[in-house]
Design a protein around this ligand. Structure first.
Ligand code: ADP
Ligand code: ADP
Ligand code: ZN
Length: 217
């Protein structure tokens, strides 16, 4: 089972990817998490992408395609994977197509989680994450403990540097300009399913489960 989660920044891709991973035992591949780990480790790649990410722009297709190519060849991807944050451009989607064709012929389902812009801004400005393990917190319904230490690993809970409102607006512009076209791209290939992201996390997950358990494509 190959799953792509599409949706604007803050739509809930990471949240749902984790639920899918637990339920169906297939790995979540978050390109944002991969890039943030490179930045934190101050690798050559990390140094290269840090300022691009902080400006809310997309990292180049070349770099992203190489990262994904390497990642999906790992043994844990044999029975499928959930892509969260990739592809984000048509060239990335085309490269992915070629890569998937080389793998066992699994089903590819693309799920678009749709959420209006004002809600996006609200969700992201309240998002907090553990610096160490990436666990998600949200000031509105799942606030960090008073000592601000992650309940999973004790790490410091921070706001992502690209979650400042001005940068979120730039990321939304990038989404509209470059990523939104993927909805139509996958629609034409009969791979696209839509989910209303303006529901509780549980409800969104229920809708996703129905899609994954249906016999389409
Ligand atoms: P993405 O990976 O698409 O950027 P996240 O999964 O990180 O989005 O979600 C963004 C923020 O919104 C997080 O703080 C998350 O807890 C919160 N969130 C996710 N899904 C919902 C939902 N259905 N309703 C309200 N808040 C949500
Ligand atoms: P969100 O889901 O909240 O938009 P991500 O964690 O997916 O954020 O991505 C954070 C940043 O990492 C993006 O703004 C972009 O700079 C970079 N990035 C992640 N995935 C890609 C990708 N597939 N192509 C280009 N840039 C990417
Ligand atoms: Zn943690």
């Amino acid at each position: 089972m190959y799953i792509i989660l599409l949706g604007a920044p803050g739509a809930g891709k990471g949240t749902q990817a984790k639920r899918i991973m637990e339920q169906y035992r297939i790995p979540q591949i978050s390109t944002g998490d991969i890039l943030r780990a490179e930045v934190q480790a101050q690798t050559e790649l990390g140094k290269l992408v840090k300022s691009i990410m902080d400006q809310g722009k997309l990292v180049s297709d070349d770099i992203m395609i190489k990262i994904i190519e390497k990642r999906i060849q790992q043994p844990d991807c044999q029975n499928g994977f959930i892509l969260d944050g990739f592809p984000r451009t048509i060239p990335q989607a085309e490269a992915l197509e070629a890569l998937i064709q080389k793998l066992n012929s699994g089903k590819l389902k693309v799920i678009e989680i749709s959420v209006p812009d004002d809600e996006i801004i609200k969700r992201i400005s309240n998002r907090r994450v553990c610096r160490n393990c990436g666990k998600d917190y949200n000031l509105l319904f799942n606030p960090p403990p008073p000592d601000n230490k992650c309940e999973v690993c004790g790490g410091e809970i921070i706001q992502r540097s690209d979650d400042a409102e001005e940068t979120v607006r730039k990321r939304l512009t990038e989404y509209r300009n470059k990523t939104a076209a993927l909805v139509e791209y996958y629609e034409k290939k009969n791979r696209l399913y839509r989910v209303n992201g303006m529901q509780s996390i549980d409800r969104v997950f229920e809708d996703i489960q129905k899609i994954l358990e249906s016999n389409g494509h």
